[in-house]
Write a protein that binds this ligand. Structure first.
Ligand code: F0G
Length: 456
């Protein structure tokens, strides 16, 4: 059969309320044109994030009931630890309440002011946690990853020459670790090849620098390796994931993505000193090391979810949803980042809204338009999210202006995607009608979550 159908049926539903266009215009004004400030129930299709927004399986709901809520040494903790060890084979396992808690404790325990941390591309919370601790967070993405029109299999790869140059320039003493994010969320959800992870590790090993994998979407990345990299076709996704982690000295993860859970995170590491420092900070900030900010029932649901994310049928379907929307948009000539990502389709807002300069935020204009036209909530990954200021305080544009349509896992069906494609086409056909915006209020860090805009 040509149709790749959802490998599940739906046992429980949630109503979607569809408000009128006039109401949406009003709601957006009340939210200062920042879709993070909208009420979720006013969004017909919520593609703000794929984080914690997925549907759990019957097996996960059943597992919740097995949650052992003991403070220390619970059965659920042992299941969680053993599942993560099966996948990563990394010695010390610590639960955290979500990914950024793992990042924050890592930064607190391992960063000194003046340090430098390379990554293919840092996610915004990773960057913020490292920078708050005094480090400089560097993106060393391969040039391929910066060209939204280029169709290449592994646009999330780190540029190994840039990594060598970075080590040469800053010196080993200033680089406590290097990170690699799989898939590369902020660069279009693009995968990293096994060869690249191996190559990065080889360079780091020569210099004695540890490698930390930001593993949020490790299962989606494993599927891409299976499909696109020579030598992996015959392998199970679990085996591929195990190889990815075999190159890591440590990993952080938001289990709200490929943990198929609504909350959760972890930190794993092989080094005993790192583990001891992390554990002590975990007790202070998150909780005892056998629950780390999570309920026993969460640990159970995550243990099931992690293995479901490595199910080949599930990944086949998930990637098919991305391709389905990509095909529809490409047929209409709508500018998208190529190829489709693992968890999202990224519209190229610079090409979509060429009449809006970067510092009038074409991505935000597009996000606003999608909401007004169809109640779609998307997120800008451009000059607002990655905005920076030079030493003279002048705002710098981001190299890419993307709008991410992130797909919650196992939530929306084919007709939702058909509707979405129609809304995007409608906005595309009237793109000149949308104006840029200016920021009227912003916090110092992570401004995109709460800043206020005003149309120009
Ligand atoms: N690293 C990556 C690559 C992420 O995508 C995220 C979260 C985090 C770390 C932090 O994890 O949210 O559990 O604290 N990304 C979400 C997103 C929020 O929408 O892409 P968290």
């Amino acid at each position: 059969m040509r149709t790749i159908m959802e490998p599940f049926r739906i046992k429980m539903t949630e109503p979607i309320k569809i408000i009128t266009k006039e109401e949406r215009i009003q709601k957006l004004e009340e939210a200062f044109h920042n879709v993070f400030l909208l009420d979720a129930e006013d969004c017909a299709i919520d593609l703000l994030t794929d984080s914690g927004t997925g549907a759990m399986s019957a097996q996960q709901w059943a597992a919740l009931m097995l949650g052992d809520e003991s403070y220390a040494g619970s059965r659920s903790w042992k299941r969680f630890r053993d599942t993560i060890k099966t996948i990563t084979n990394i010695k010390h396992v610590f639960p955290t309440h979500q990914g950024r808690a793992a990042e924050s404790l890592l930064a607190m325990t391992r960063i000194k002011p003046g340090d430098v941390v390379p990554n293919n591309s840092h996610f915004d919370t990773t960057r913020a946690n490292l920078e708050v601790a005094g480090a400089k967070a560097l993106n060393l993405l391969n040039d391929e990853g910066l060209d939204p029109t280029l169709d290449a299999p592994f646009k999330g790869n780190m540029d190994i020459a840039k990594l060598e140059a970075c080590i040469e320039e800053h010196g080993v003493a200033k680089i406590p670790f290097c990170m690699i994010t799989v898939t590369n969320n902020t660069g279009g959800g693009q995968p990293v090849s096994m060869a690249n992870i191996r190559g990065v590790k080889e360079v780091l090993k020569r210099h004695g620098i540890p490698l930390i994998i930001d593993a949020c979407r490790f299962a989606e990345n494993s599927y891409f390796i299976h499909e696109r990299e020579e030598g992996y076709r015959g392998k199970a996704l679990l085996e591929i994931a195990q190889e990815i982690f075999s190159y890591a000295d440590a990993a952080t993860m938001s289990l709200k993505k490929d943990g198929l859970a609504n909350i959760g995170g972890f930190f794993v590491c092989n080094d005993d000193v790192w583990a001891e420092d992390f554990k002590n900070m975990l007790i202070l900030r998150e909780g005892f090391p056998t629950y780390g900010g999570l309920a026993g029932r969460d640990l159970e649901a995550i243990s099931v979810g992690l293995m479901e994310a490595l199910d080949f049928e599930y990944q086949t379907y998930r990637h098919a949803t991305v391709s389905y929307l990509m095909n529809k948009l490409e047929k209409k000539g709508i500018p998208v980042m190529k190829p489709g990502g693992g968890h999202a389709v990224f519209l190229d807002a610079k090409a979509f809204m060429p009449h809006i300069p970067s510092l009038a935020y074409p991505g935000i204009a597009l996000v606003n338009a999608l909401y007004i036209e169809g109640g779609i909530r998307a997120v800008e990954l451009g000059s607002v999210m990655f905005g920076s200021f030079d030493e003279a305080g002048i705002e710098q544009a981001s190299p890419l202006e993307l709008v991410r349509l992130a797909f919650p896992r196992r939530v929306y069906t084919q007709s939702h995607f058909d509707y979405l494609a129609e809304v995007i086409e409608e906005v595309w056909n009237h793109r000149e009608a949308y104006a840029g915006l200016k920021i009227t209020k912003q916090p110092k860090v992570l401004r995109h979550f709460s800043c206020h805009f005003q149309p120009l």
